[in-house]
Ligand binder design. Structure first.
Ligand SMILES: [Zn+2]
Length: 492
């Protein structure tokens, strides 16, 4: 970024010939940065249509057609979970119906119980199925009165699809997903998915097709290999960088597997699970740190968080590397100060708070815990980095900003917000979703604020979130997304 300021200041830096874009008063904010997102899972989900709840063949075809319009030409359309027994006219669907909306991409849609697959003509052709194909052992290729396959495959007849579809090109899916993320206002992500995702992003970058900046985490299983090949956190360039190794300390609240000091309400004896035993946690953090790899450890329960903080401390006090805790949901109040002292970043997802609040009240009840304690963390000097954990939650960062500012759900419940003393101002929430995520990646000199010398990553919005009431965040739309000084996405 050459300059930021009013027109005359920017003109002085950019020169007479600079092109002027009049945004007609639209608000401009730094590009949003998701500090914890599973983009490969998200991208795979985008390629799947969900036909649960559909009540007729026509409605199913309309949904399939709408979904297909968002996919790359020729990409597989998958998903399904249809149930023709619940349709107004319970017909057995056929390939001709699918061909009418998807003639030139392969489509294969398992039913809700997974035992029947509805395929179109192109998918059958790719599977090598025609009128001469016999039923396989343990399966049936349904044929009509003329002996033509109808597109319905039962049981093992659909198995060949597995190989055909898993080779579905992840980089093509990510190319679609990045458009969705840019449209939501994300210009950078910390991706938490696997090595296949890393390879797919590198493919996109090599092809000059990466429009979103990626800080790529290393899965725990790949840590030794990453160390052996000399991978280090922060290696790379402004488009693709090596991120931290992702470890797990515990499970999740909803499945009663987050690691707590005291048992969950109503289940005496169950205080969750230490997914990685403490000595192993210390060993992994030590090995990663020694190799220059930062550590991002998933911890939800108070004991899990306590042990991770102990392990970071044992690995060498205030590290040069930015170690982080993913989720950091329920903490002993005294541990928040320790995070600040050790420089451990809290990577948190505001929508988890509003999604989980009933669960927190029923399972954790009245105990002295700091839950989703954004205000206490900021006031204690803990660096906050915000994200979505998509596809667990929707990746829309404005939903996260709304949750951080209100601690209410989009429907306004609970009125006044849950533990409202932990709310943030819009400016603080925005900072956590921009600068905070950049800080977690060691990129705070390149990203997160609009100033000379920073990367030119910014958004134009249809509403000014600093001027409007917080509920406007739920309706805020991105007009234009600029990454690296180029318009990468614009609302048409
Ligand atoms: Zn996650």
């Amino acid at each position: 970024m050459l300059a930021a300021g009013d027109e005359s200041e920017v003109r002085a830096a950019a020169g007479r010939s600079a092109e002027v874009v009049d945004l007609e008063g639209a608000a401009v904010i730094p590009g949003l940065y998701d500090a914890h997102i599973h983009t490969a899972n998200y991208a795979r989900g985008l390629s799947e249509v969900d036909l649960r709840g559909v009540r007729s063949l026509e409605a199913a075809l309309a949904r399939i057609s709408e979904h297909a319009s968002r996919l790359e030409p020729g990409a597989w359309l998958s998903g399904g979970r249809w149930n023709s027994n619940t349709w107004e006219r319970p017909v057995q669907p056929d390939r001709y119906a699918l061909d009418s909306v998807c003639p030139d991409r392969p489509v294969a849609l398992p039913s809700v119980d997974g035992h029947t697959t509805w395929a179109n003509s192109l998918a059958l052709r790719m599977m090598g199925i025609d009128r001469g194909t016999p039923d396989p052992v343990g399966g049936q290729i349904v044929k009509d009165a003329d002996g033509e396959p109808t597109g319905i495959l039962r049981e093992s007849a659909a198995y060949p699809l597995r190989d055909l579809m898993t080779s579905g090109d992840l980089s093509a899916m990510l190319r679609v997903a990045q458009e969705e993320l840019l449209a939501l206002g994300l210009t950078s992500v910390h991706d938490i998915d696997g090595e296949d995702c890393r390879a797919a992003y590198l493919e996109l970058r090599a092809a000059g097709e990466l429009k979103l900046r990626v800080h790529k985490a290393i899965p725990r299983d790949h840590l030794e290999a990453a160390i052996a090949e000399g991978r280090r956190t922060g290696q790379g360039d402004d488009w693709f960088r090596t991120g931290p190794v992702k470890l797990f300390s515990d499970g999740a609240l909803g499945s009663h597997t987050c690691h707590m000091s005291e048992p969950f309400a109503g289940t005496p004896g169950n205080a969750g699970i230490a997914v990685t035993p403490y000595p192993e946690l210390v060993r992994l953090i030590g090995a990663a740190s020694a190799a220059g790899i930062a550590v991002a450890t998933h911890a939800i329960g108070d004991l899990a968080n306590h042990l991770v903080i102990n392990a970071y401390e044992a690995a060498g006090g205030r590290a040069v590397l930015r170690h982080r805790i993913e989720h950091a949901q329920h903490l002993r109040p005294a541990d928040i100060k320790r995070m600040a002292v050790l420089g451990v970043v809290a990577s948190m997802q505001p929508v988890h708070c509003t999604s989980d609040l009933d669960l927190v009240s029923s399972l954790l009840g009245e105990r002295d815990l700091a839950s989703y304690a954004w205000r206490t963390m900021l006031d204690s000097g803990v660096a906050l980095a915000f994200g979505s954990d998509a596809p667990v939650e929707h990746p829309n960062p404005f939903a996260a900003l709304h949750a951080a500012v209100t601690r209410t759900r989009p429907d306004g419940r609970p009125p006044g917000g849950w533990q409202p003393e932990q709310r943030l101002s819009f400016g603080e929430a925005l900072r956590a979703h921009t600068f905070g995520s950049a800080y977690a990646a060691g990129e705070e000199r390149r990203k997160g604020v609009l100033a000379e010398g920073m990367l030119a990553d910014f958004l134009a919005l249809d509403t000014d979130p600093f001027a409007e009431p917080s509920d406007a965040l739920l309706r805020t739309k991105v007009l234009t997304t600029v990454v690296g000084g180029e318009i990468r996405w614009a609302r048409s």
